[in-house]
Design a binder for this molecule. Structure first.
Ligand SMILES: Nc1ncnc2c1ncn2[C@@H]1O[C@H](COP(=O)(O)OP(=O)(O)O)[C@@H](O)[C@H]1O
Ligand SMILES: O=c1ccn([C@H]2C[C@H](O)[C@@H](COP(=O)(O)O)O2)c(=O)[nH]1
Length: 268
C-alpha cells in the first residue's frame, strides 16, 4: 500500500567552501559565493537554484523505517544480494563507540543527561550517510535523519526526558540541515509491526544496551511512527510510503520482500 504520493523537494545550499564531513563533503552557505562554486560531488540545480549531488536525479534512495528490532537489518540483508543496490545499515557501532565512549548505552542509562549527546551524534552520522556519494543506482538505507528527529528526539522530549533547551538546540540544528542541504528520499518502506513482536525480537537479539527497554518504550516509538507514516498527522513525510506488515515469521517476510521487490526498486 502506498499511502502518500508527496515527492520531497530538494533544498538549496549555496556553497563557498567544502567542509569535510565524516566521509564526504558537505557544502556550507556563504553570501559572497552565491551559486558560483561547484565543489566535490555537488552541483547547483538549475530549476530551483538548489545544490544537489551529481547524478542524483538518475538514482534512487529508499529509507527503511520501523520500530526497534522490527526486522530492518534482516530486510536489508535480503536486498543486499541484489546487484545495483547499495545498502547502508544504521551506524549503530559508532553510536556504541565514539572515541571509546558509548552514547547509546549512556542514553539508555540516563536519557535526561545523555539524550542530547546521543541524538547529536545520530544526527551527524545519519547526515553523513545521506550525503555520502552513491556507489550504485539504488541506495537502501536503514532509517534516516528524519526518523532520528521525528521519532527518537520527539519521544525523548514528549516523555519529559529531554530538557526544553536540548530539544530547542537539536531542533534548530535539524531545521538548518534540511533547509540547507539536499537530502533526497524517493521512497520510505515502513516495516509495520506490533510493539509486542518487537519486544520479543529485541529480547532474542539481546543487545547489551537495550536490556533496559520496556514494552512501553516500544509502544511510544510505534505510536510516533504510526502518526508520522500512516496517519500523516505529525510531521512532514519526505517521500511516498510503502507499508509492509512485518509481524510474520521469517519465511513469510522473505516472501513479502520478494513480492514488493518491483515497487521498491522502481522508486525513482
Ligand atoms: N520475521 C522475523 N521473525 C522472527 N525473528 C526475526 C524476524 N526478522 C528478524 N528477526 C530477528 O529479530 C531480531 C531483530 O531483527 P533485526 O533485523 O536486527 O531488526 P532491526 O534491524 O529492525 O532492529 C534479530 O535477532 C533477527 O534475527
Ligand atoms: O535516532 C535514534 C535512532 C536509533 N536509536 C536507538 C534505537 C535502538 O536501540 C538502536 C538502533 O537499533 P535498531 O535495531 O536499528 O532499531 O538505536 C536511538 O536511540 N535514536
Amino acid at each position: 500500500m502506498i499511502v502518500n504520493s508527496f515527492k520531497g523537494l530538494c533544498r538549496v545550499v549555496l556553497p563557498l567552501y567544502s567542509h569535510k564531513s565524516l566521509s564526504t563533503n558537505i557544502l556550507v552557505r556563504h553570501r559572497a559565493a552565491l551559486g558560483k562554486h561547484l565543489l566535490g560531488h555537488w552541483r547547483s540545480s538549475t530549476s530551483h537554484g538548489k545544490l544537489v549531488r551529481n547524478g542524483e536525479g538518475k538514482k534512487s534512495v529508499i529509507c527503511l523505517e520501523g520500530n526497534i528490532a522490527s526486522g530492518k537489518t534482516t530486510c536489508l540483508e535480503y536486498f543486499s544480494k541484489t546487484s545495483d543496490i547499495e545498502v547502508l545499515t544504521e551506524p549503530v557501532s559508532k553510536w556504541r563507540n565514539v572515541q571509546g565512549c558509548n552514547p547509546l548505552g549512556l542514553m539508555y542509562q540516563d536519557p535526561t543527561r545523555w539524550g542530547l549527546t546521543l541524538q547529536t551524534y545520530v544526527q551527524l552520522t545519519m547526515l553523513d550517510q545521506h550525503v555520502s556519494p552513491m556507489t550504485a543506482p539504488i541506495r537502501m538505507m536503514e532509517r534516516s535523519i528524519y526518523s532520528a528527529k521525528y521519532i527518537f528526539v520527539e519521544n525523548l522530549y514528549k516523555s519529559g526526558k529531554m530538557p526544553e533547551v536540548d530539544f530547542a538546540v537539536l531542533s534548530e540544528w535539524f531545521e538548518w540541515i534540511i533547509k540547507n542541504i539536499s537530502l533526497p528520499v524517493d521512497l520510505i518502506v515502513y516495516l509495520q509491526t506490533s510493539p509486542q513482536t518487537c519486544h520479543e525480537r529485541l529480547k532474542q537479539r539481546c543487545r547489551e544496551e537495550e536490556k533496559v527497554i520496556p514494552l512501553e518504550y516500544l509502544e511510544s516509538i510505534h505510536n510516533l511512527y504510526e502518526d508520522w507514516l500512516i496517519h500523516q498527522k505529525s510531521f512532514h513525510v519526505p517521500a511516498p510510503v510503502l507499508v509492509i506488515p512485518a509481524d510474520h515469521d521469517l519465511k513469510k517476510m522473505l516472501h513479502q520482500f520478494e513480492e514488493n521487490r518491483e515497487k521498491i526498486l522502481m522508486a525513482r
